[in-house]
Design a protein around this ligand. Sequence first.
Ligand SMILES: NC(=O)c1ccc[n+]([C@@H]2O[C@H](COP(=O)([O-])OP(=O)(O)OC[C@H]3O[C@@H](n4cnc5c(N)ncnc54)[C@H](O)[C@@H]3O)[C@@H](O)[C@H]2O)c1
Length: 321
Amino acid sequence: MSEKKKILILQKIHIDGIQLLENNPNFEYEIIEDTNVEILKSKIKDCDGLSLRTTKLPAEIMNLGKKLKIISRHGVGYDNVDLEVSKKNNITIAITTTANAVAVAEHVFFMLLSLCKRKSLLDETVRSGRFKDKNKLPGTMELWKKNILIVGFGRIGKSLIKRCLGFEMNVFVYDPFVTEKTIESYGGKKIENLKESLKNMDMISLHMPINDKTKNLFNMDLFKKMKKNCIIVNAARGGIIDENDLNEALNQNLIFGAGLDVFSTEPPESNNPLLKNDKVLLSPHVAALTEECRRRMGIETIQNIIDFFDKKLEQSKIVKL
Ligand SMILES: NC(=O)c1ccc[n+]([C@@H]2O[C@H](COP(=O)([O-])OP(=O)(O)OC[C@H]3O[C@@H](n4cnc5c(N)ncnc54)[C@H](O)[C@@H]3O)[C@@H](O)[C@H]2O)c1
């Protein structure tokens, strides 16, 4: 490489990722913490590559990146990038395909177990001196032999099924793009008709992208089909569940509970009714942010940039536009 490539790191990443650039004579980098639009517009102009976390990159900003060749996402979603501009300007989008599936799958288990075992209620009962009232508490539930539906059987869905089978759950999978043979090879049963299947599910976990087909897919129409003890978890993308309908379904006891790591607006607006609904367990879009996963993502994000300029970035890391 003749001239040093300039890499913009939008929002801090793990030091072990930065170290890869520090140790490589072909690159120079700048870390930007303040990602307001004017700063982005000025900084994007002369960078060759970019590490991107949650900052939004709309067309008006991306179009100014005349030298920009690669956007390397710290994660696997890329809904904060303008795909039309990427295509038009031939900008490669890379994702961290190997870093975060386990972290998200574990987070789903944190949510399922916390909801089944009524974590907050039990904890509060002891702290408030009501230990002796324990027989008045509503019962807790087991995961053993429960039917779980995994919607979306990609990297995270495939990691989740292993954990479900470890808990001896019956696993069903809805993913129109994955064959019965593949699903069965992982120990699951393929579901052809999502709506029909819901009446049999104790738990549902969402792991597909948000797009025109999946936006508000889980709405009152589907909640009405679910079992009263059903728990739904969304650690995929906000907006796949209609939040007002979910709140209504919980209030009408159509389903038992929900775990949400993602929201249609992030952070959720203060008048979002789910913030006041104690049948919902909330987390601030952190499913992939374990210490271990932050490090893996930091390293993979930067390695993808280096590999791109060395012309050896694997096809599996590149988003097909
Ligand atoms: N909460 C977090 O911190 C976090 C972290 C990582 C990923 N995610 C999100 O999790 C989701 C899954 O990530 P992944 O790495 O497993 O993605 P992936 O691309 O490996 O898998 C997605 C799967 O969804 C399937 N799919 C597409 N449309 C579908 C539909 N209409 N119904 C059912 N299945 C459908 C695809 O066939 C694919 O198998 C993405 O939305 C991603 O953005 C969230």
